[in-house]
Design a protein around this ligand. Structure first.
Ligand code: ADP
Length: 193
């Protein structure tokens, strides 16, 4: 059975996490942020070590690790009764992050909409990330070189994923708006699907 899925898509700092958390509080929606799943790993596991190694440099964790972790996590959430694939819509944030992850997930996901958080002003993204570094204690957000690397990887590897899903599924959302207005734009589309 494929998971009915909404993808939150956009550069680091565009506000996907904020919206994902809100959407996850709505009955019959389940929010899964790939970065959070990684951050919950302990450092003494192979995956935890891989996460620290790559994320501290602003790089993506290799696809095999990411796919395995994601699958194990979603199965565990299902077992625990937090996610019910029959009933819930999955709100995915932070995955897929390149074309090969998108291909790997085609068997598992029935993607009904992709929300592309658009923010043309890079300085705004950087500012948000630096604020988050202190608030959420995120080391990968504290260093400007690491931030630049992540934005570069987003442009090069992640953005092409939009073409993979195509214009019929992709909805551009102006992420420079206030969170409430971003939410309004997302809900307008979801209410139609
Ligand atoms: P942001 O939304 O700010 O880019 P995340 O919290 O989603 O950050 O991810 C933090 C880090 O975790 C990434 O920089 C990357 O190293 C790793 N990561 C998260 N999701 C993936 C993924 N799908 N594939 C590879 N690496 C990932």
């Amino acid at each position: 059975m494929k998971y009915r899925t909404i993808l939150l898509f956009g550069a680091p700092g565009a506000g996907k996490g904020t919206q994902g958390k809100i959407l996850g509080t709505i009955p019959n929606f389940f929010h899964c942020a790939c970065g959070d799943v990684f951050r919950n790993l302990t450092i003494d596991s192979e995956l935890g070590r891989a996460f620290v190694k790559y994320s501290s440099k602003g790089k993506l964790v290799p696809d095999e690790y990411t796919a395995r972790l994601w699958r194990d996590n979603i199965e565990a959430q299902t077992q625990l009764g937090r996610f019910d694939p029959e009933r819930d819509t999955l709100v995915l944030d932070g995955i897929p992050r390149n074309k090969s992850q998108a291909e790997m997930l085609t068997e598992a996901l029935d993607v009904i909409a992709v929300f592309n958080f658009v923010c043309a002003d890079v300085s705004k993204l950087v500012e948000r990330l630096q604020r988050r570094a202190v608030r959420d204690n995120r080391l990968d957000d504290a260093n400007l070189d690491v931030i630049k690397k992540r934005l570069e990887i987003y442009e090069k590897e992640t953005k092409p994923v939009l073409d993979f899903y195509g214009p019929k599924l992709v909805h551009d959302i102006d992420s420079t708006q206030t969170p409430i207005n971003v939410l309004r734009d997302i809900l307008r589309v979801i209410a139609r699907t």
